[in-house]
Write a protein that binds this ligand. Structure first.
Ligand SMILES: [Ca+2]
Ligand SMILES: [Ca+2]
Ligand SMILES: [Ca+2]
Length: 268
């Protein structure tokens, strides 16, 4: 049985997917839990004196390593002040912060990137400077972490964040360990950028596979009801058979992330 329901408003402020990663020397920590350990909210148990630890919460990029995070159900928009926050497991030692830094770049399309400027003297503009408090991750006044304002780059919105371990370019404590990226100012980007994009709600288990018919190539995303990405497929123009055998049971949400999609058919 397949039910098709137009849906709106299902979105969260967290990064939703990680479409690309390249590890550098020293990486390894957290890879078994990637990408879930860098999606969703930051570790709620983190405090400045007891930062997040555990491979299920953190991903070490390694020297000069990098990772791309994608917001698929929301866009980060340029609102008042800071627009998103990067959380690393910075430690407050009592006499200062143990910092492991990353360069921060943003993109609207995942292809063209703009880097936030940073200050070699103060390290301002890098991620990995301030501890996570454990308080509301979407409120920069209390969350800790490092805030970034799209105003500084003249951008109205972005969908991608790329974090690159600073390597030898910055004198810091070591290797950057990413916990999470949270939007502060955001909108449900799917609605904003693809007002006619079909969104399908499917009650599963429905089939071990199904067929999607589209008019253009792009990406099909499947979300569980809690907003996590449960599956992601590249679909080509025409009919694509999707293997659904690994999807969780329950209500699933299928989204086509390209505004160019104009028709979708799910068939047994
Ligand atoms: Ca999100
Ligand atoms: Ca802003
Ligand atoms: Ca995390």
């Amino acid at each position: 049985m397949i039910a098709l329901i137009l849906l709106c408003g299902v979105a969260d402020p967290w990064a939703d997917a990680s479409p690309a990663v390249e590890y550098g020397p020293g990486a390894g920590y957290g890879q078994a839990y990637y990408p879930e350990n860098i999606l969703g909210p930051p570790d709620p148990a983190a405090t400045p004196s007891t930062p997040s630890f555990g491979e299920n919460n953190l991903l070490t990029l390694g020297t000069d390593g990098w990772v791309v995070l994608e917001f698929t159900d929301n866009s980060v928009i340029n609102g008042d002040g800071a627009d998103f926050t990067v959380f690393e497991n910075v430690l407050d030692t009592g006499s200062g912060y143990f910092q492991e830094c990353a360069f921060v770049e943003v993109s609207q399309d995942g292809q063209y990137w703009i880097q936030f400027p940073w200050n070699p003297a103060t390290l301002e503009g890098l991620a990995g400077l301030m501890p996570t408090t454990g308080d509301d991750p979407t409120n920069p006044a209390v969350s800790g972490g490092d805030q970034f304002d799209l105003e500084a780059l003249g951008l109205d919105w972005i969908r991608f964040v790329r974090l690159t371990d600073c390597g030898d370019a910055v004198s810091d404590g070591g290797l950057f360990d990413l916990d999470a990226v949270a939007a502060v100012n955001w909108s449900t980007g799917i609605e904003a950028s693809t007002p006619s994009a079909p969104i399908l709600v499917v009650a599963s288990p429905f089939s071990d596979s199904f067929t999607v018919t589209t008019e253009k190539a792009g990406n099909l995303l499947c979300y569980s009801i809690d907003g996590r990405v449960a599956g992601q497929w590249t679909v080509s123009r025409g009919s694509s058979t999707i293997d659904a055998s690994g999807l969780p049971s329950g209500i699933l949400l299928f989204v086509l992330d390209q505004s160019s999609f104009s028709s979708v058919k799910l068939m047994h």
